[in-house]
Design a protein around this ligand. Structure first.
Ligand code: HBI
Ligand code: FE
Length: 278
């Protein structure tokens, strides 16, 4: 998905930005969601959930089961009540991609932006912009995992600092590699927790089972230098041993971001002398 091209609002993006407030929040009119959209959700949910027992991280699977959302697109307010009680996170409706500043501010306040529209049936396998299936099925379950939930808030708090020191690119790489495409080792097996992986049938199998991609031990400095390409299967993944590794990384970000800003980027799929295979 095009998460990191300059977001030119209203030009070319699908959502209804005209009705958004200054935080780019829109009201999710849950009662008005057409039955066809709920049916698209159920189709995507059934296909992806079949892959979870073998490929998804335990915390993701347990949290998704608790949310009980197989039947259709959820009412964000109802889910917020459940999440708030567990980790203090709530969901806000957005028309789609929103500017970095607004995005980071929401994360820093434990508000996760979830797109209010869903892809069309003919887009089942791939949609350019993140829709409610990517945002909700991919990202929301892990907001119920306390340590990851804490990391994501700390991550958001770094947004303003990164913008000030010209390090938004390294910060976006950390999100891409560790929030969208992160892997975790559990009982000796490599499992997916990243939203970009778990919301895509192809990527779920590729990331955890294919012999093609590199799987490297998570090293924050390396991740912050690692460029990526959108709309293709990732050539390199990073593997954590636990979510505490992400939380610890957030505490070091002010120094790491400045160093990564001045370092030579590493091309997608390229090896680096510091690499350690997971
Ligand atoms: N907007 N709605 C939405 N969702 C995102 O994931 C998102 C965004 N705007 C900016 C953005 N992500 C990136 O800056 C981060 O991935 C770093
Ligand atoms: Fe995402």
């Amino acid at each position: 998905m095009t998460l990191h091209q300059p977001i030119v609002l209203q030009a070319g993006l699908r959502g209804d930005y005209a009705s958004a407030n200054d935080g780019f929040v829109v009201t999710q009119n849950h009662a008005a969601i057409p039955e066809a959209d709920h049916a698209t959700w159920r189709t995507l949910y059934a296909r992806q959930s079949a892959l979870l027992p073998r490929h998804a991280a335990r915390a993701y699977r347990e949290s998704l089961a608790r949310l009980d959302v197989a039947g259709g697109i959820s009412d964000f307010n109802a889910i917020s009540d459940t999440l708030r009680a567990r980790t203090g996170w709530s969901l806000i409706g957005v028309p789609g991609l929103i500017p970095d500043g607004a995005f980071f501010d929401h994360l820093a306040a434990r508000r996760f932006p979830v797109t209010v529209w869903i892809r069309r049936p003919e887009e089942l396998d791939y949609v350019v912009e993140p829709d409610v299936f990517h945002d909700f099925f991919g990202h929301v379950p892990l907001l119920g995992e306390p340590v990851f939930a804490g990391f994501l808030e700390q991550y958001g708090r770094l947004g303003a600092h990164a913008a000030r020191i010209g390090a938004l690119k390294p910060l976006a790489r950390l999100y891409w590699h560790m929030v969208e495409f992160g892997l975790i080792r559990e009982q000796g097996a490599i499992r997916a927790y990243g939203a970009g992986i778990l919301s895509s049938a192809k990527e779920t199998v590729h990331a955890t089972e294919s012999a093609v991609p590199r799987r490297l031990r998570f090293d924050p400095a390396r991740v912050l230098r690692s460029e990526y390409e959108i709309d293709r299967l990732q050539p390199t993944y990073f593997v954590i041993e636990d979510y505490a590794a992400l939380f610890a990384c957030a505490a070091r970000l002010p120094d790491l971001l400045a160093a990564a800003r001045d370092a030579t980027p590493i091309s997608p799929g390229a090896a680096d002398p510091t690499d350690i295979n997971a």
